[in-house]
Design a protein around this ligand. Structure first.
Ligand SMILES: [Zn+2]
Length: 251
């Protein structure tokens, strides 16, 4: 527990409360676009993943296209050979030649069937890949539009609160200059640690409203509505270390 409570009088206590109010207001403003920034970061990360997927899909489409062209070529060759073989049918006379002819015809037909199936399979695959690519492109456009809107919102919030933020920072600087550096630094650390509740009111005359602990009698005696103003001094909760003020002191 820090013992510099002594010496910090009512006017300074009021300044600390003001400093805290400004701190909380600043957090409130920053939080407005922190949420937007978080959303934007998520969308940007999402788009980076989509770009990688888009590149993969385009490579797959290119490779499949080449494969399909080769297969179409093979199909044409097989059809041509089948046509030629069929035209030669009448020239085949002896049984042995007929058997060979039939065998060759069968093999060619099987090869042709296989290549037709292969083309069919690749064509379906290509359609699916293109469909996915369209979806990826659409999703990226959708994200881009959202990112643009978020950027505009952030810029608008910043512009709207620019003067207020400047006022907050300047006033805080002025208040800080009235305290010992060690006091104000400690107070700022406490503000961060307590999420803007470094100085809190005393509840029901005996309880710290930061941690809801009943204060020791000695501190209770130093805090109250009837204390003469010149006797008021900054007190600290021995349990949570928050600074304390009596609500009516601020009136
Ligand atoms: Zn406390």
């Amino acid at each position: 527990m820090i013992s510099f409570g002594t010496g910090i009088r009512l006017d300074k206590i009021k300044k600390l409360v003001e400093y805290q109010n400004l701190y909380n207001r600043e957090q409130e403003i920053r939080k407005k676009y922190q949420d937007e920034e978080k959303k934007m970061d998520k969308l940007l990360a999402d788009n980076a993943t989509l770009v990688a997927r888009k590149n993969d899909l385009e490579m797959i489409i290119y490779a499949t296209q080449k494969k399909l062209e080769e297969e179409q070529q093979k199909k044409l060759q097989l059809e041509q050979r089948l046509k030629e073989l069929d035209e030669n049918k009448d020239k085949v006379k002896i049984t042995r030649q007929i058997k060979t002819w039939e065998k060759e015809m069968e093999t060619l037909q099987q090869d042709l069937n296989m290549i037709i199936h292969q083309i069919d399979y690749e064509t379906h695959k290509q359609t699916d890949t293109m469909e996915e690519l369209n979806q990826v492109n659409a999703k990226m456009l959708e994200n881009d539009a959202k990112i643009k809107a978020l950027r505009e919102t952030i810029a608008a919030i910043e512009a709207k609160h620019k003067d207020e933020l400047t006022y907050i920072l300047e006033t805080q600087k002025n208040i800080a200059s009235e305290f010992d550096v060690s006091v104000i630094e400690y107070f700022i650390l406490l503000l961060r640690k307590t999420k803007g509740q470094a100085i809190v009111s005393v509840l029901d005359g005996d309880t710290c409203s930061g941690c809801y602990t009943i204060l020791p009698t000695v501190i209770q005696g130093e805090i109250g509505p009837n204390l003469p103003e010149e006797e008021i001094e900054l007190q600290q909760c021995p349990h949570c270390f928050r600074f304390l003020y009596y609500p009516q002191w601020l009136d």
